[in-house]
Ligand binder design. Sequence first.
Ligand code: HEC
Length: 472
Amino acid sequence: MIGIGLLVMLFVVLVMLIIMTYYLREVSRQNETDHVEEVTEPANKIKILNTQTYIYTGIILTSIAIVVVIYLLVKGTPWESHLMEWMNIVVRWMHITFGIAWIGASFYFVFLENALNRTKDLRDELAGNLWAVHGGGFYYLEKYKVAPKKIPKDLHWFKYEAYFTWVSGFCLLFIVYYFNASALLIDKNIMDITPLTGVGIGVGSFIVAWVLYDLLCKSPIGKKSIPFTIIGTLIAIGFAYFYTKVFAPRAAYIHFGAMLGSIMVANVFFVIIPSQKAMVKAARANQPLNPELGKNAGSRSLHNNYFTLPVLFVMISNHFPSTFGYKYPWLILSLITLGAAGVKHYLNLKEKGQLSVWVMPVSVLILLGAAFISAPPKNPGECNEVISINEVTQIVNKRCITCHSATPTDEFYKTAPNGVMFDTPESIFKKKDLIMQRVVITKTMPQNNKTNITQEERDKIRCWIEQGGSTK
Ligand code: HEC
């Protein structure tokens, strides 16, 4: 029954996609001929733009509706978690793609700014220029001091990469953490809150972070780079600390990254794009430009550039339990952020031709420091008795196979997470290195210690592995 329902859905999706992309093509063609013939009838242009917007909105809304219908169809069946997994993959893929486009543009423009020729053979109105060769073509770029005398008709704006990165990231936060808040967001051993409170704290914290950051930028401190950096860093560490005292460590890390990412997008949305719009408007009306606007947008853009490497590191660290599994997770998070921003600072200085001697080594030292302090103790304890596979199987049966089994009984995980099952002694043996990492060293399994494993049991598993992990 469900199978037929899904097939019908897929067929409908296919037909709708074909119809919509057909119209999109027709509209773009019309748009192109307009360009060639230089027909600039404004009303016509606006109509075409509107049709395009309607079609895009239509595609997005239809996609959402389809996902909702599929979800309702498979809810409560084994396909529910399969659907969530695919949503996770698709949205993650989009998030990474948009993120690459956005961060790529950020790197490129800060590179331009740093590498511009600002002295040799420049026209008066120019701040600098740059020659480049790429992909078999030669490019010549000019940056104006403020704005050209006449604003060109076709002006490319960089903003959708940022907005779509944020929207897809926010969807991902819901798909991975908020829909499963009690399993992934909340760790009752850290703070016993309801899922709704957790989501409220998460989303609310992004708003608070933005307001604090924005106030700091607008205050007199915002103009002085060293005090601004110090205070900003302290506030960031405060957030890292706060998140790890409220959420499960892994969720705390992703919230820290999402918080920085949200500030970055808010910078684009509330400051950079509005400043640019005001500049274009003033230039078109032949009014004098307020140079503060450009400077302001420029400094926010530079902040964003410094956030990129920390955000990327934090996002990746979510897949490495040795980072968030450390007993003071906020400390590792802070060190990673500092070290990664330091690396970005070195790269920026280098592009400007200022080869700093100490920035890179200090940043690397900070990152190495994070790796060093999160290392497991050298001597985790003596093993006085030989642990048999029977004892290990008993522990695993009690603490793990509610999730890691061909037939999980956990209320949330209906299929074995990551396909990892511990139904036989051999399957436990095969994964012993991973078990060592997750159960003994980082203590990130059982997930949020849902099944209340004891330290004694962790030690038994460790001893069994250290003794070679016999399956007899
Ligand atoms: C409440 C459900 C749950 C319980 C109980 C649980 N796990 Fe997990 N486990 C997960 C989830 C979800 C993942 C995947 C996400 C992650 O890696 O954090 C996972 C991942 C793992 C991985 C990493 C697999 C990989 O491919 O990287 C190992 C190893 C593991 N668990 C071992 C254990 C052991 C051993 C126990 C018992 C001591 C246990 N788990 C108990 C839910 C659980």
